[in-house]
Design a binder for this molecule. Structure first.
Ligand SMILES: Cc1cc2nc3c(=O)[nH]c(=O)nc-3n(C[C@H](O)[C@H](O)[C@H](O)COP(=O)(O)OP(=O)(O)OC[C@H]3O[C@@H](n4cnc5c(N)ncnc54)[C@H](O)[C@@H]3O)c2cc1C
Length: 264
């Protein structure tokens, strides 16, 4: 069976380049230097492997400002077929719920999608919520933290979920939403030919008028999460005692210090 796969990708700031708006407490994303969320490369790699095996097409989907095109271009250069950027002022300020809602409406609009792949989490907001939220809006099965994926045979796939203290093997029916762990594969590098071809492809840009969306559920309006404050943790320099003398003397002194601090 040939597969119609959507891979959702997010552009994340280069970590030493983060700026927070002091009033809104949101990340300032305009003009930021961004890179593709690293886990999303594993999702793209899995989509490419499935396409190599079964045929089909891969659509990249991202919601964000226009500079997110950089990341979509990188995904096209890895070998994906097309890319759609969901971009509008009205989508701005979205929390995970509003992000998931808009992504799911775009997936519905694409139609006949068999599989939606996500990275396991973003490396900036880190919530791991967007994939599961999209699956709820689509009312499709969700399989998270996947480290092995097999099939499909007769619309059924098998996945291994790698959890903290156990592995879980799950069989599920397509269409489905799967979030991918980095243990699944090694993402490929774009080839010079694919890089060249990626610049010949047009990235479609959809806004709220291109989708069937309830405007109360998008952007800030549709975001029940409120960031009350954002701050960097205070760095506290701990007192350090250097023990002098021979190793024996130092150990004796260490025992005295530990007893004095009621640690022994
Ligand atoms: C109150 C609040 C206000 C916010 N305001 C803004 C804002 O103004 N502007 C802004 O850009 N962000 C804003 N954010 C952050 C934004 O909501 C999250 O970055 C976004 O919802 C994704 O969540 P996450 O990064 O935790 O993704 P996770 O759930 O950790 O990501 C899992 C996977 O979902 C996919 N994914 C995540 N985000 C996207 C996306 N945008 N497009 C496609 N795929 C995606 C990727 O595959 C990723 O690997 C705000 C967050 C909060 C809580």
């Amino acid at each position: 069976m040939s597969l119609k796969i959507v891979v959702c990708v997010k552009q994340v700031p280069v970590s030493n380049n983060l700026k927070i708006d002091p009033n809104t407490k949101n990340l300032i994303r305009s003009g930021e230097i961004g890179v593709m969320n690293p886990y999303d490369k594993n999702a793209i790699e899995e989509a490419l492997r499935l396409k190599d095996e079964w045929g089909g097409e891969i659509t990249l989907l991202s919601m964000g400002p226009s500079n997110f095109e950089m990341t979509l271009r990188e995904g096209l250069a890895m070998g994906c077929d097309e890319a759609i950027l969901l971009s509008s002022r009205k989508f701005g300020g979205a929390d995970t719920l509003a992000t998931g809602y808009v992504l799911s409406q775009a997936i519905k609009q694409l139609g006949d999608v068999d599989l939606v792949l996500f990275g396991r989490q973003s490396v900036d907001a880190d919530t791991s919520q967007v994939g599961p939220i999209v699956s709820e809006f689509l009312d499709w099965p969700q399989i998270t933290f996947v480290s092995e994926l097999d099939g499909p045979i007769n619309q059924m796939m098998t996945a291994t979920r790698l959890l903290e203290n156990m592995q879980q093997k799950i069989e599920f029916q397509l269409p489905a939403v799967v979030t991918i762990r980095k243990e699944l594969n090694e993402p490929r590098y774009p080839t010079p030919r694919n890089i060249q071809q990626s610049y010949r492809k047009t990235i479609r840009v959809w806004d709220e008028t291109s989708l069937s969306v309830d405007e109360e559920r998008i952007g800030l309006k549709g975001s029940p999460t409120v960031v009350r404050d954002v701050w960097a943790p205070e760095k506290v320099a701990k007192e350090t005692i250097a023990l002098k003398g021979s190793p024996d003397e130092a150990v004796r002194e260490l025992l005295i210090q530990l007893k004095a601090s009621n640690l022994l």
